[in-house]
Structure formats: structure tokens, C-alpha cells
Design a protein around this ligand. Structure first.
Ligand code: ADP
Length: 600
């Protein structure tokens, strides 16, 4: 039942009960009171009648009629024998036939006690009366009784009239009360309905809605409490949202992959890095880890973390970009349960470690050969110095050659490590390639002639200049030209320039034996040689091209190589163009300790 109806029915029910009680009480109370009043009046009137009897010379029926008319009640006069001397309600004839009144209770009581009352239906006139009788003691005469009586139905009529009036008044009042309470119930129901709508909107997430109640009643207070709740809830939600944003921003921004499972081993959360590493989508959320991620090794890792608190493993992840990851899994703290795993991409670290191992092995190998040669030459020299002075000179020569090789190797290694450590400060400026190439070519002219190599400077002085350190470019060209002379006898070697995509590209090309496609990708690796024996014979350290690549990249450029067996090799160098606005202090101070050029 609706609140308004309930209120209405309640107030109507209450009103009807009140009405019933009022009617009952009124009809009873008023009847009694009127009865009591009537009796009291009869007592007063009978007293008056006593005085009238005392003074009256005769007390006959006329006297009774006269008295009754004056007092507006029935008046009877009864003598000691019970004879009715007069009665205002009876005429002469009826009076003569009236039965003896000496046994009437009020008459008996009046003669005995002076006063008597009774209520009963009169057998004489046939209707109910209230009687009050009074003994009148007359000096020198027998006492008589004067009796006043009121018909009870008159009293009842009076009582009914009053009851009716009260009832009608109460009915009108109740009608008004019911109408008022119905209107109050309707206004309360309206407020309750509006509060319900507000609360429902709040519950469905709209925390901007307010009840807008301003009164001082309880419902307004409830509305204000609801508004306050929404304000506080919205502030708390805002704080929560900010925290969630921070957390998700943090997780998404992390390079490390983070993956969280619940206590049942189902995927709960993971970040962008994990998406890329494990190639999983957001539909994986809620699925068991063994189904969501196609990596069997993860399962024991999580089981271990659950049992021991934490576990670590290194895994290989296949894919377009294969990776090696170090995974730390640990139990989540708190009552929530579950595990968190952090994936560190160690691909580069492991690659560098492997490079370092190879490098150490290569360096040891490179150095061991000349050192062994020097030691054995020195030992042999000790014996031969007196016995065979001619061969002693040969050993000294061998020692010198290997020492020079050691020196060249160490110089190249140091130079490379300085470029890598960015200790080589470049002095970049607009450089015209042919100007730099000319002195280098001139320097190699004699050696080239000795190996029947034709050296050409074909760099076009009209091509845009490049943004470069001239000394570094000199070093690059020196290494490349020297290699070409070493490995390409009876050929033509040229330094050229070309415009590619509006920028100047330098090329060092030869018409030598070329390098096989299989070996070409490794040509810039440290200590990589196409023909190790031949390279060593030529005094090569295996570091020349590595130095060239490092220098070009440190200058902000790129180097590549094209080669065809039997047709020759071309090294292509793309250096940055001269910037539109030249930096004011582009030239930085070159440290004195890197002043020495390496020997290639
Ligand atoms: P190296 O000190 O041995 O010359 P580099 O790094 O300069 O070391 O060269 C690596 C290898 O590349 C050389 O051993 C050689 O076999 C090969 N190479 C370099 N330049 C040429 C070229 N112009 N033609 C053919 N092979 C070359």
C-alpha cells in the first residue's frame, strides 16, 4: 500500500474510533448529567412546592395544576392515607379513579424520611417519570406529601439533542481532520517520492544530483544527510579515481611488464609492456594464467611463488621481436591473495654480456698471437745473437713487426673505447668532402702505386657540404682507402659524392674482389675478417671498419656497404646536412688525450 494511502486509511480509522468513542461517551455522559440536573431541579422545585403547600389553604387538584403550571413539572399531592389529593396530569375524573399512592416508593420514603425519589413508569399516566417527593409537616394538620415529577422521555429528548449536536460537530471536525491529514500525507509522500528519486539516481552513479530540501523537518534533514553523503562520496570517488589513474599511469608507463593473478590463479591485471611481451589482449582478464598465456614455464613459477613467497626464472619469449625476460614472481601482501610477477626485458643486457665475452675472447686471441711471436723470437734471439748474427737481425725484425702489430691493435681498441665512451668530442662544422679527401688520397698515392691501384678523387665540390668533424672524416676516409688498397690490388679506388634525397652521400668504391653476401652483414663487427690470414699479413687489426662505423654514427650519420664478388665494393656514407641555424658554440673543446689518431 502506498504511503499516502496508508496515512489516509490510518487517519480515517483513528477518526472513526474517536468519533465512536465521543458518541458513546457523549450519549452516556450527557444522559447522566441531564438526569442528574433534572433530579436536582426536581429537588429544588419540590422544596418550593413544600413552601407553597405550607402557605396554601387548600391542597386540591387545582392547587396542583396551578403549581405545576408555575414550575413546569408534574405536581402531585398525596395525603397520609395514600390518597391522591391533586395531580396536575390528571383531571377530576381520572383523579377520582386513581389508585392509592401510599405504596409508591418515593411516597413511602418521603413519609418516613422527609424526602424520597424514584424512577419508574407511572401506572397512572403510563409513561416513565423521575419522581421527587417531600413530606410537608403542617402545624395542627396531618402531614402530606408533595411530589414533583418530570417525564423521563423529556430528559432523554434533551440528552439525544445534545448527543446529536456533539456527534455532528465531531463529524465535521473529523472530516476536516481527515482532509488535513490527507493533504499532509500527500505532501509528505511527495517529498518522500522526490527523496527516493534522488537516492536512486545517486545509487546509479549520478553523484551530482541533490535533494534541494531546505526545511527544518525530519524529511528535509534526511534530504540534507543524503546530499552530504553524495558530496562526501563524490570526493572519495574523486580521490579513488585519482589514485587509480596514478596507478594505471604508472603501470602503463613502466618498461617492465607487470602481471597480477588472484588467489585462484586467474589473470587480474597486466600492463602495456606485458601485452607486448606475451601478446595477450584484455579478453584474457579473468582466465586462468595457464590458458591466458601460452608459456608453460610460467605455471611452476607462480606455484613456487605461492608456496615459497617468491621465485625467479629467466624465459625466452618468441615472437616478431624475440626477447629474453627475467621474471620475479612473488606473493601479494594483504588479505586479497594472489601473485604479482614483474618481467624485466634482459635481451639487451644478455646480448651485451655475450658481446663482452666474445670481445674478451677476441682481444685475448688477437694479443696472444703477436705476444707469442715476440716471446719465441726473443728466446731464439738469445741463442742466435752470437752464433748467427744474420738470423739475429731477422728475429729482431720479427719482434719489431709484432710489437707494432700489438701497438696498432691497442691503439685501435683505445680509440674505439673512447668513441663509445663519448670521450671523443667532435668539432662539427660544414665540410666539403673533396677538400678533406684530397690530402688523404695524396698520402696514399705511393702505396697505391706500389699495388697498382688507381686512386681518384671524384667528390663534387659543388655538392652541399655535410655537417661533420673534418678530422673524423679524414680518419674514416683513411681507413676505407687503406682497406681498398690492401684488399684490392690492381683496381681503381674512388672517393665520390652523390645527391640522394637532396642530401650529399659520400662513397668509397673499389673495383676489387668484393665481399660475399654471407660475410657482408658482419663486416663492421670488431675483429671480423673476411680472410684472417691475409688481413694479418697486411698488418690489419680487424678493427678498421668497426672504427669507421662508430665514427659515422657518433657524427649522427649512417654507413652501409654494397658488394659483388669479382666486381668490387662500395661503402656509402650518409652524414647529417648542415643545420639551417648554426649552433653558436658548435665547436667543443677537443680533449688533449684523444688527440692521437689511431693506426688502422
Ligand atoms: P682489417 O684490419 O682486417 O683491415 P677491417 O675492419 O678494416 O679490418 O676490415 C675487415 C675485413 O673486411 C678485412 O679483413 C677484409 O677482409 C674486409 N675488407 C675490408 N675492406 C675491403 C674491401 N674494400 N674489399 C674487400 N674486402 C674488404
Amino acid at each position: 500500500m502506498r504511503l499516502q494511502t496508508r496515512f489516509f486509511v490510518l487517519s480515517l480509522g483513528l477518526s472513526l474510533i474517536v468519533l465512536a468513542v465521543v458518541a458513546l461517551q457523549t450519549s452516556r455522559g450527557v444522559g447522566h448529567r441531564i438526569d442528574a440536573h433534572a433530579e436536582a431541579d426536581l429537588h429544588r422545585l419540590v422544596e418550593v412546592a413544600r413552601f407553597a403547600v405550607l402557605r396554601a389553604p387548600v391542597t386540591d387538584d387545582a392547587f396542583a395544576d396551578e403549581l405545576a403550571e408555575a414550575m413546569n413539572v408534574r405536581v402531585s399531592v398525596i395525603d397520609t392515607d395514600g390518597a391522591l389529593l391533586g395531580d396536575s396530569w390528571l383531571d377530576e375524573e381520572a383523579l377520582s379513579k386513581a389508585e392509592n399512592h401510599g405504596r409508591r416508593p418515593e411516597v413511602v420514603a418521603a413519609f418516613r424520611d422527609g424526602m424520597g425519589t424514584d424512577k419508574r413508569s407511572s401506572s397512572t399516566v403510563g409513561q416513565p417519570f423521575t419522581y421527587v417527593a417531600r413530606r410537608v409537616d403542617r402545624p395542627g394538620k396531618k402531614p402530606i406529601v408533595v411530589r414533583c415529577a418530570l417525564p423521563s422521555n423529556e430528559v432523554q429528548l434533551e440528552s439525544d439533542a445534545v448527543t446529536r449536536l456533539v456527534f455532528v460537530t465531531a463529524l465535521v471536525a473529523i472530516g476536516l481532520a481527515v482532509a488535513l491529514s490527507a493533504s499532509a500525507a500527500s505532501s509528505i509522500a511527495r517529498v518522500v517520492r522526490s527523496l527516493t528519486v534522488t537516492a536512486n539516481r545517486m545509487a546509479s552513479g549520478d553523484l551530482s544530483v541533490r535533494s534541494g530540501l531546505r526545511g527544518t523537518d525530519e524529511l528535509s534533514e534526511l534530504g540534507r544527510a543524503l546530499d552530504k553523503l553524495a558530496t562526501e562520496l563524490s570526493a572519495a570517488m574523486e580521490g579513488l579515481r585519482a589514485e587509480t589513474d596514478l596507478l594505471s599511469g604508472l603501470l602503463e608507463g613502466m618498461q617492465e611488464g607487470v602481471l597480477v593473478t588472484d588467489r585462484d590463479g586467474n589473470l587480474q591485471l597486466f600492463n602495456r609492456a606485458i601485452r607486448e611481451m606475451l601478446l595477450i589482449g584484455s579478453d584474457a582478464i579473468g582466465r586462468p594464467i595457464s590458458q591466458a598465456v601460452d608459456k608453460a614455464e610460467l605455471r611452476p613459477l607462480f606455484d613456487d611463488a605461492r608456496k615459497k613467497g617468491s621465485s625467479v626464472a629467466e624465459l625466452d619469449l618468441p615472437g616478431i621481436k624475440p626477447r629474453r625476460v627475467l621474471v620475479h614472481a612473488s606473493k601479494l601482501l594483504g588479505t586479497r591473495g594472489g601473485e604479482v610477477a614483474v618481467f624485466f626485458d634482459v635481451t639487451e643486457v644478455r646480448r651485451l654480456e655475450s658481446l663482452r665475452r666474445d670481445f674478451v675472447a677476441n682481444v685475448s686471441h688477437e694479443l696472444r698471437t703477436p705476444v707469442t711471436a715476440v716471446r719465441s723470437a726473443a728466446e731464439t734471439l738469445r741463442g742466435a745473437v752470437e752464433s748467427d748474427p744474420t738470423s739475429a737481425l731477422r728475429f729482431i725484425d720479427m719482434i719489431e713487426r709484432n710489437a707494432a702489430r700489438l701497438q696498432a691493435c691497442i691503439d685501435d681498441l683505445l680509440f674505439l673505447s673512447r668513441i663509445e665512451a663519448k670521450q671523443y668530442n667532435f668539432n662539427q662544422e660544414p665540410v666539403e668532402a673533396s677538400t678533406v679527401a684530397a690530402p688523404v688520397i695524396a698520402l696514399f698515392r705511393e702505396r697505391a702505386a706500389a699495388r697498382n691501384v688507381r686512386l681518384m678523387n671524384e667528390a663534387n665540390a659543388m655538392h652541399p657540404r655535410v655537417w661533420c668533424d673534418p678530422r673524423a672524416l679524414e680518419q674514416i676516409l683513411t681507413n676505407l682507402i687503406e682497406n681498398a688498397i690492401k684488399y684490392c690490388p690492381d683496381s681503381t679506388v674512388s672517393v665520390r659524392s652523390r645527391i640522394v634525397d637532396g642530401r650529399t652521400r659520400l662513397e668509397v668504391a673499389d673495383t676489387g674482389p668484393g665481399i660475399s653476401a654471407k660475410q657482408l652483414p658482419r663486416i663492421f663487427e670488431r675483429f671480423y675478417r673476411v680472410d684472417p690470414g691475409r688481413s694479418r699479413d697486411q698488418g690489419g687489426t680487424g678493427l678498421g671498419l668497426a672504427i669507421v662505423k662508430h665514427l659515422v654514427e657518433a657524427l649522427g650519420g649512417q654507413i652501409s656497404v654494397e658488394s659483388e664478388l669479382g666486381r668490387g665494393t662500395t661503402f656509402l656514407i650518409d652524414l647529417p646536412p648542415v643545420p639551417a641555424v648554426l649552433p653558436s658554440a658548435a665547436a667543443s673543446v677537443r680533449p688533449a688525450d684523444v688527440d692521437a689518431s689511431p693506426a688502422s
